[in-house]
Write a protein that binds this ligand. Structure first.
Ligand code: DI6
Ligand code: FE
Length: 403
């Protein structure tokens, strides 16, 4: 891509928070200099100084901010298709666990995989996201469950940035499950692996945020608070998998630590929503996990709206509960499963997703002066991005790494 160029004959969904709706500009043009947006507006007003630049006629296509997937687990070994098949043949979750299934089977496969194998399989999933206009991807650890393998997952995640034109944001999720070697001693696991490993990983500059799985089958809110205190002492922001399967009051704990986001939230009581508003915490909606698990309880979307809590939408790409690397499918399911609007779904993968990663000052909206991080689509209206499924309408994307 060129550093200096002009696109004409397009619509631009700026997603500008100061404007209403999509912040839509029609019959528009946008100019880039040095890889930054230096002008955008009505094409008729394009200043003459830009006529010397290389110009592309977009023939009515739509430009949006590049999309952001703010919750993924794309680095892992193996897959769980066999478990999926066993369940559909009548096996129970317990049968599968007894046969070595569940999160711990992915832990075994991840520990066995070489760095190259982890990198290669993650690149495949990343390529699917990129083909749907994604330019920023959050990647969690959580399938190593020992210090070396957790750190290795984040190293591999960071390597992705060297191979593809994306920004990678890394999250320490050692508090994802209790490994077999610590069964019955979750507290020791928190001290000896989650917190001790966090200090090492942070010292290597590998940790942008700290996450945990607060659930009856994982860690309690008290255990998570200990992990968050360690993160706070290192000045690292926190986020939490909270209230996905049951209400553990994890979101409330996360809000006390001014979490960037709380994610899932199907079992969050409506009366707790005001706490998210007060702490400026983003609610991350993961509708593909809801769908995959045949969940029926929906997150309190209407209460989020009433309290002005920003809602992000992400893939939760993982081999167990959300085997997808399609952000557009997540947007579609935010609408079809959670009754979010197409506007909310696009806010959810642009400016709200940027806020969930603490990147909202320069990502997630099209603003003058920001580096151009754009997706150009073969559609006319932004609602189409949530409407179509099964094929990517991306025309092309521009991001810093490509310029
Ligand atoms: N919540 C989930 O749905 C996934 N992790 C989490 O914290 C499940 C991950 C897996 O089954 O591998
Ligand atoms: Fe997750």
């Amino acid at each position: 891509m060129r550093n200096d160029c002009v696109f004409i004959n397009c619509s631009i969904a700026t997603m500008d928070a100061r404007k209403s709706g999509y912040g839509l500009l029609e019959n528009a043009a946008i100019a880039l200099r040095g890889g930054r947006v230096t002008w955008l507006g009505s094409q008729a007003d394009l200043p003459a100084e830009y006529s010397a630049l290389e110009c592309e006629d977009l023939k009515g296509r739509l430009i949006t901010p590049a999309l952001i997937d703010c919750h993924t687990h794309i680095v892992f070994g193996g897959n769980r298709a066999r478990e999926f098949e066993m369940r559909l043949n009548g096996a129970s979750y317990q049968d599968i666990a007894a046969a070595g299934g569940g999160i711990l089977s992915t832990v075994n496969a991840t520990r066995k995989a070489s760095d190259e194998q982890l990198l290669e399989s993650a690149l495949g999933r990343l390529d699917s996201l990129i083909a749907e206009g994604v330019a920023v991807v959050e990647v969690k650890s959580g399938y190593g469950l020992n210090i070396d393998d957790e750190i290795r997952m984040l190293r591999v995640a960071r390597m992705l940035e060297q191979y593809r034109p994306v920004k990678i944001v890394t999250t320490w999720l050692a508090a994802h499950a209790v490994p077999s070697s610590y069964q019955g001693c979750a507290d020791s696991y928190i001290d000896e692996v989650v917190i001790a490993g966090l200090k090492l990983a942070a010292a290597s500059g590998l940790v942008d945020a700290v996450d945990g799985f607060c659930e009856s089958i994982a860690f309690s809110a008290e255990q998570i608070a200990r992990v968050f205190t360690a993160a706070q002492n290192l000045n690292i922001p926190v986020k939490l998998h909270a209230e996905q399967l049951t209400n553990q009051r994890g979101a409330l704990t996360a809000c006390e630590f001014k979490a960037l986001s709380v994610d899932h939230l199907e079992y969050l009581p409506q009366e707790d929503v005001s706490h998210l508003a007060a702490s400026g915490t983003v609610a991350v909606m993961l509708p593909v996990a809801f769908y995959t698990l045949n969940e029926t309880q929906r997150p309190p979307i209407q209460a989020f709206r009433q309290h002005g809590v920003p809602m992000a939408v992400a893939t939760d790409c993982n081999p167990g509960s959300s085997p997808t690397s399609s952000i557009l499918l997540a947007m579609n399911m935010a609408c079809t499963q959670f009754a979010m609007t197409p506007l909310e779904a696009l806010i959810g993968t642009t400016r709200a997703a940027a806020k969930a990663l603490g990147l909202d000052s320069h990502h997630g909206q099209i603003r003058l002066g920001d580096e151009a991080e754009l997706a150009i689509w073969n559609v006319k209206h932004p609602a189409e991005l949530s409407y179509w499924t099964g094929a990517s309408p991306l025309y092309k994307s521009l991001s810093k790494a490509k310029l």
